[in-house]
Structures are given as structure tokens and as C-alpha cells.
Design a protein around this ligand. Structure first.
Ligand code: PHE
Length: 378
């Protein structure tokens, strides 16, 4: 290593000779003492250099050889007692030794701080490609049911349709055979966005039902038509434990030649049997909706008790499920479809009830609880 090659030692003998001959201030003995001190010091320093292997050791070394109380400092102080010439000569040697020691120390400092940094970096190293176990999210039960419903209907040739949540009064009410002041409007408490216009095409509501999509699509595509329209609907109702004011509905519409109620029943039974993966029965009870004639309330056989009667079906064996019926001729006419040629069925159901039945959820509030522990079960 470089510090093994300290060069000044060779000169000490020469110096000694000079001092012995010329000095008149110090006795040759004193000069000799200084020279041998320097020589000893240099040897001592060289011996110790090899054993300096850490910062603490280096600081000790620095203090010992360059500190205020070091031999070198003492020799430097003694220099003033030497005659000018010798002072210069020997002073140079002292300076050289000091320089070599300083160089050694700063090189070692650098070496140790590099080592320290390397150690630190090795300790702090992190693998950015390492896979961190993460909890995967799950689809909300309502989304899962919606996807399943879409899958079943798509396989029966239905299209998935969509419509805006802010809807004209005309599409949401008038076209569906619910004129202004008709008592049926009271069935659906409405969030009005604007209602001051006499033209119902120019007033806006948050749609109260997905039936508006029937109108939009029949106007655009005419008949035959076969679609379902899942989406959110809004009702201006007081909130309590079992009532929200945003619901998820799925609208269904099929208009073609020769469509009858049996098509409706068959379609719904097929859909429910697919979703529950078992035979589900459907029954129709008379019901009133202005846009269908005849209109029905549709129930399905309780999938929890198989129709025997339980808490969920209130011991009736049936679950109230949806509104449905044959599309009213006025609605077809409003959409420029000839009721003499075409007939169709329409239905609308809520996804919440279906999700609760499918997953055995007994409290509607769980669905909007946003509790991960609960939701990740599905
Ligand atoms: N739109 C009705 C509701 O929201 C449901 C319905 C749809 C009834 C289609 C009959 C036909 O209550």
C-alpha cells in the first residue's frame, strides 16, 4: 500500500551528519535526539497504520500522531531551538512527515466512509420487483348480480341498453302513458331538475324508472326490438332503515310479432333459474302500471325455503319481484310502432332484492355499508 513507501527515512542519516557537523545552537546530541525521535516516530506511525481498521481507530491515530500533544507537535515546537539552517532542513522533514500522515488519514477517512455507505446501502436495499401480498378487491354483490343478469339475457339474444340518469319529463312520464296530473305520477316521488316549461320535452327529472330506456330505444330502432337496460333510478323518498332513494333496476323489453304473456313468463323463469342455478317458479298477479296492459306484479318461489314458508318470504312461499305486462298500445304509438302489427312485453325489477336472495343477505343496509369484511365474502 502507498503508505508503506514513506520516503523520508532515508534522509535521516544525512541530516544527522549535517547537524553533528554544523550545529552551534544545539549540541550534536540534541540534534541527534530530534532526528532519532523523528525516525522512531515515523517507524511507530508505519507500524500502527496497518492496524487502523475503523473510524474510531483512525481518530485515535490522528490524535496520537498529529494532535496537539503528539510527539510531532512537540518536535515542531522544539524546532525553534535549532540553528536557522538546520531548522529549515529538519523543518522540511517534519513537514513532509506531517504531510504523509495527513494524506494517509484523509485517504483512510474516505475509504471508511465509502465502506460505511456501501454497508448502509446493502442494509437498506429493497427489491422493487418483490410481490407484496395484497388484498384483492371483489365486485359488489349488486354488480355481480347485474353481470349475471346481463350474461343470461345476452345468451337469449337481448341487447344491453343504456340511458341517461337525467331524463326529460316526456321520456320518463308522458311517453309511458303517464300524463301530467295522472295519479300514477304520485307513485314515484320525483326529483325535479326543471318543471316550469309547458313542453314536457323541455323539463328534466332524475329518472324514476328505467322504463325511459324503452322509449329511447323504440324511437331510435323501432320494432322488432329485444333489450334489457340496467341502471340507477332515483325516488324522492324519506330515508330510513329500509328505504334508500337510489335503486338499481333492470328494465326488459321485447317487441315483435305475436308476442304473448307466456313469452314473458318463460323468459323470467329462465333468467331466475339460471341465476339461482335451480328451478324457480314464477307467478303473475294483476298489477297496475300505466305503460302496460294488462299489467302484473310478478313473484317467484322463495329460493330459501323452496316455497314452504320462511321469515324472508313472510311464510307465503313467494317473493315479490317485479312489475311487468304487455306494452300498452299508447306507448307503442308514442314510439311510432304499429300496435296492430306488433306486441311486446316489458318488465322492471330491482337488483337489490335479487342480490339479497342470491347471497342470503338479510339486511338491506349491509349492501351500502361499504364494510370490506362484509363485502369481500362474496
Ligand atoms: N317501471 C316500473 C317501476 O319502476 C316497473 C315496470 C317496468 C313495470 C316495466 C311494468 C313494466 O316500478
Amino acid at each position: 500500500m502507498w503508505y508503506k513507501n514513506l520516503t523520508f527515512n532515508a534522509n535521516f542519516y544525512t541530516l544527522y551528519r549535517i547537524f553533528s557537523a554544523k550545529s552551534n545552537k544545539l549540541s550534536p546530541f540534541s540534534v541527534k535526539t530530534v532526528v532519532s525521535q523523528l525516525s522512531d516516530l515515523s517507524k511507530k506511525a508505519q507500524d500502527k497504520m496497518n492496524s487502523v481498521n475503523n473510524f474510531a481507530g483512525l481518530l485515535e491515530f490522528e490524535k496520537e500522531f498529529l494532535g496537539k500533544k503528539s510527539e510531532l507537535a512537540k518536535i515542531s515546537r522544539d524546532l525553534k531551538n535549532l540553528p536557522a539552517e538546520e531548522k529549515k532542513e529538519i523543518g522540511q522533514q517534519v513537514g513532509k512527515l506531517r504531510q504523509e500522515l495527513t494524506t494517509f488519514i484523509s485517504a483512510k477517512k474516505e475509504e471508511f466512509s465509502q465502506q460505511e455507505l456501501a454497508q448502509k446501502l446493502a442494509g437498506e436495499w429493497l427489491d422493487v420487483t418483490k410481490e407484496i401480498p395484497r388484498k384483492k378487491g371483489t365486485l359488489h354483490p349488486i354488480s355481480q348480480i347485474q353481470q349475471k343478469v346481463e350474461e343470461v339475457f345476452t345468451s337469449m339474444g337481448f341487447e344491453i341498453a343504456d340511458g341517461p340518469e337525467i331524463e326529460t319529463e316526456w321520456n320518463n312520464f308522458d311517453a309511458l302513458n303517464i300524463p301530467a296530473h295522472h295519479p300514477a305520477r304520485d307513485m314515484q316521488d320525483t326529483f325535479w331538475i326543471s318543471r316550469e316549461n309547458s313542453d314536457s320535452h323541455k323539463n328534466y327529472v332524475l329518472r324514476t324508472q328505467t322504463s325511459d330506456v324503452q322509449i329511447r330505444k323504440m324511437l331510435k330502432h323501432g320494432a322488432p326490438i329485444r333489450l334489457i337496460a340496467p341502471g340507477r333510478v332515483f325516488r324522492n323518498e324519506d330515508l330510513d332503515a329500509s328505504h334508500g332513494n337510489v335503486f338499481y333496476q333492470v328494465e326488459g323489453l321485447l317487441v315483435d310479432e305475436g308476442i304473448s304473456l307466456s313469452h314473458l313468463k318463460g323468459t323470467i323463469e329462465t333468467m331466475l333459474s339460471e341465476i339461482f342455478a335451480k328451478k324457480v317458479k314464477v307467478r303473475l298477479r294483476p298489477g297496475f302500471f300505466p305503460f302496460v296492459e294488462p299489467g302484473f306484479e310478478v313473484d317467484f318461489s322463495c329460493t330459501l325455503c323452496e316455497g314452504k314458508g320462511c321469515k324472508t318470504c313472510k311464510n307465503t312461499g313467494w317473493i315479490e319481484f317485479m312489475g311487468a305486462g304487455m306494452v300498452h298500445p299508447n306507448v307503442l304509438k308514442n314510439c311510432n310502432i304499429n300496435p296492430a302489427k306488433f306486441s311486446g312485453f316489458a318488465f322492471g325489477f330491482g337488483l337489490t332484492r335479487l342480490a339479497m336472495m342470491k347471497f342470503g343477505i338479510d339486511d338491506i343496509r349491509h349492501l351500502s355499508s361499504q364494510k370490506i369484511d362484509f363485502l369481500s365474502q362474496f
